[in-house]
Design a protein around this ligand. Structure first.
Ligand SMILES: *Cc1c(COP(=O)(O)O)cnc(C)c1O
Length: 332
């Protein structure tokens, strides 16, 4: 929860966000994938958010959020709840602006993400086993120390920042038929869907979650936000609930996202292996799920021109080598 008004961003807000993030977050390339296009019945291009300085798209929203704070709020400092990448984005943006940042995370966050956040000078608090536990600590810091909460997805500034990806996609490939987006709390897919559908109402937006703890998919099925157990998964950046008091992303995903699918742990590993062996890219599990869904044939209607958002690369390299090493014999 945070106290900015619960109004979703408009396309105009997303254009404004683009001006705000220029020079901090990168305009990322949209790379053709001949390897996928040859075998999976469509032309595929990869939107490489792995190229962001923090290793994931979350820098876009984090930069926007911090920029929107008043001088008085900046002086109080920001507290972020995170599965890792949002915390790193906030830490990076806060350091540039000289703002104090505290990042609250659950114990499933990988060590490499914690170290990257600490290296940026932010304070890390590991609280309990889930992001719900981390949220309790974040609320305490807001109540007792007057810090400002920077929510990872349920916030109009964050959604507008992530939406800048949608603007770039439509400039680079206006004729695309669908966009496949990793989905957790839904800030990423909501922002992209607002921008993409404004430019091309017929374009389909597809969200992909991991089967182990797909909070948004289960909430859509239930017709309201529901809690899920947070489990260890290769797609650790997709872990956590959507908030039982969700104000923006549940409705946005429900109205704007055309299809949601889930992938298994083995399919996530296949996606990571494809990206490594066939595209020469290092991608974390959460970033690979779009490719996983295509490889596994999980998406009902793809169309002919398909953009896959490859959302992050922040992986523990030893664990990563273990996963992709299994593909060494076959090269896939
Ligand atoms: C946070 C994150 C996502 C999901 O974004 P939401 O806005 O929570 O849906 C996907 N991929 C990566 C790498 C992330 O860090």
């Amino acid at each position: 929860m945070n106290d900015t008004p619960a109004r979703p961003p408009t396309v105009a807000d997303i254009y404004r966000a683009r001006g705000t993030i220029a020079g901090v977050a990168c305009r990322t390339p949209l790379l053709p994938s001949p390897a996928l296009s040859a075998h999976h019945g469509a032309e595929f291009r990869l939107k490489l958010e792995t190229m962001q300085p923090t290793g994931a798209f979350k820098l876009r929203g984090a930069t926007c959020k911090l920029d929107a704070l008043s001088a008085e709020e900046r002086a109080r400092g920001v507290v972020a709840i995170s599965s890792g990448n949002h915390g790193r984005g906030i830490a990076y943006a806060a350091k540039r602006m000289g703002v104090r940042a505290v990042v609250c995370m659950g114990s499933l966050v990988p060590r490499n993400k914690i170290e990257a956040i600490e290296a940026l000078g932010a304070e890390v608090r590991i609280v309990g086993d889930s992001q719900d536990d981390a949220e309790v600590e974040a609320r305490r810091l807001v109540a007792e120390e007057g810090m400002v909460e920077a929510h990872p997805f349920d916030d109009a500034e964050i959604i507008a920042g992530q939406g800048t990806i949608g603007l770039e996609l439509m400039e680079d490939w206006p004729e695309l038929d669908s966009v496949v987006v990793p989905l957790s709390g839904g800030g990423l897919v909501s922002g992209i869907a607002i921008a993409v559908k404004a430019a091309s109402p017929r374009a389909r937006v597809i969200g992909v979650s991991m089967e182990r703890g797909a909070a948004m998919v289960e909430s859509l099925r239930a017709g309201k936000p529901v809690p899920v157990e947070e489990l260890a998964t290769l797609a650790d950046a997709l872990g956590g609930g959507i908030g039982l008091d969700n104000r923006l992303t549940f409705d946005l995903v429900r109205t704007l996202v055309d299809e949601t699918v889930t992938v298994t742990e083995e399919e996530i590993a296949d996606g990571m292996r494809h990206l490594f062996w066939r595209e020469q890219l290092v991608v974390e599990g959460a970033g690979a799920v779009g490719v996983s869904a295509v490889l596994a044939g999980r998406i009902a209607r793809l169309g002919e021109r398909v953009a896959l958002v490859v959302s992050g690369r922040s992986t523990d390299m030893h664990a990563f080598m273990g996963i992709v090493g299994e593909g060494a014999a076959t090269g896939r």
